[in-house]
Design a protein around this ligand. Structure first.
Ligand SMILES: [Zn+2]
Length: 398
């Protein structure tokens, strides 16, 4: 093997400066060259050098407003309305979702299709996810910078990515699915390669609960998010950053034990939170087929439905009280079905938190506004975060 010469690409300083300009545009929603220079502390000449390739590539657009009054007209620079997007893909146990988010953080497209993935092989799941992403991409007709993939499983054994399609940032090299208790067909597979090969864009893969936490980053500097799906996912944010743990397993709230003699769990343990508060457990206990039927039963005061959601709230509260005592986070974010069920879930959950947490007033419990879409939104956000770290990706290779 021979060592290639260092690429004569833009320097780290240039990338840093470009990052400043893009962040300024994201915050302001649009700014003139003079304002960008003032905001970033860069010279107007440097700003112009940074902007030119992005204007040519139609990542940015500069308004051509007619001159008004005296002096030079101010022509704001914005993200191009037809500019590139990041795709988010969420592989859920009983559905697939795709969204597209632009560089300003706006969601430009979203699709979710129901369908149980438990009867499918991994290849079938990845093919269906790629097909859905392809549909969204064709309908949108915009350049795709990369795809983030939310997977309902534990990820590990990250391998450095070879040159080419599935390149991600080095610190998040491609993982294998170590274990997917609710979608065992995915165990041992590498979703990054499977989707990068089909979509021909860089792919970044993360656990769905980690991405769900990422989607809520602006809510508070320190919080724990807990998401109710077939599985129960948790994400930990400390100091404004998602905490992944040494092996990316941090936040596995669904398998916190609340009764050591409780029912057997797909993870091999017993009495895990998921056996009381997972979607299947709650719907089964309530004797209803889906979340809509559960909401109707709750609205009608159905005793069995009220008891099922109360039992879930108690199990979640017991587990979360311990989490709060370990991490001392002031905020808990309820996502997935817990966001929809929050009014009925809260009383039992908050009673346990108050009784068991050592915090004087107990943590604040918020219901996510993203609901079941937190993971897919976080998946697109992960790509955008990578792009903002390496903004040279915005200019297509010649
Ligand atoms: Zn378990």
């Amino acid at each position: 093997m021979t060592l290639a010469a260092a690429p004569a690409g833009p320097s780290a300083l240039r990338r840093h400066n470009l990052g400043l300009v893009l962040a300024s545009l994201r915050e302001s929603g649009g700014a003139s060259r003079a304002e960008l220079a003032a905001h970033t502390g860069l010279t107007r000449a440097t700003v112009a050098t940074l902007l030119d390739p992005l204007l040519t590539a139609e990542v940015l657009a500069e308004e051509t407003a007619p001159p008004r009054g005296v002096g030079r007209p101010s022509r704001p620079v914005r993200f191009h309305p037809g500019g590139p997007v990041a795709l988010g893909i969420a592989i859920d146990v009983d559905s697939l979702a795709v969204c597209a988010t632009d560089l300003a953080g706006r969601v430009c497209a979203h699709r979710r299709v129901g369908g149980d993935n438990r009867g499918r092989t991994a290849e079938e799941v990845y093919a269906a996810a790629a097909d859905l992403a392809g549909e969204v991409r064709r309908a949108l007709g915009r350049r795709v910078l990369g795809a983030g993939v939310a997977v309902p499983g534990l990820l590990g054994d990250r391998r450095p990515v070879e040159d080419g399609v599935s390149a991600t940032t080095a610190d998040r090299a491609e993982p294998v699915v170590l274990r997917a208790p609710n979608l065992p067909a995915l165990t041992g597979t590498r979703p990054g390669s499977a989707l990068a090969d089909r979509l021909d864009v860089p792919v970044v893969v993360e656990n769905e609960a980690t991405l769900g936490a990422l989607a809520h980053l602006g809510l508070a500097p320190d919080f724990v998010s807990v998401s109710g799906e077939i599985g129960v996912g948790g994400g930990i944010v400390l100091g404004g950053r998602v905490y992944r743990g040494a092996n990316g397993l941090a936040g596995e709230l669904g398998h916190v034990v609340v009764d050591r003699d409780g029912p057997a769990c797909g993870c091999g343990g017993r009495g895990c939170v998921e056996q009381y508060a997972g979607k299947s457990a709650v719907l089964g206990d309530a004797g209803v087929a889906d979340v809509e039927a559960l909401r109707e039963a709750l609205a009608g005061g159905d005793g069995r439905a009220v008891a099922a959601v109360g039992r879930a709230g108690t199990a979640l509260g017991v587990a979360l009280a311990s989490v709060v005592n370990v991490l001392d986070v002031p905020v808990i974010v309820l996502g997935g079905i817990y966001a929809e069920l929050a009014p009925d879930l809260r009383p039992a959950l908050e009673a346990e938190l108050r009784a068991r947490s050592l915090q004087p007033a107990g943590p604040t419990v918020l219901a996510s506004e993203l609901g079941e879409d937190a993971a897919v939104r976080g998946a697109a956000d992960a790509v955008l975060a990578d792009v903002h770290r390496d903004p040279d990706r915005l200019v297509p290779a010649a």
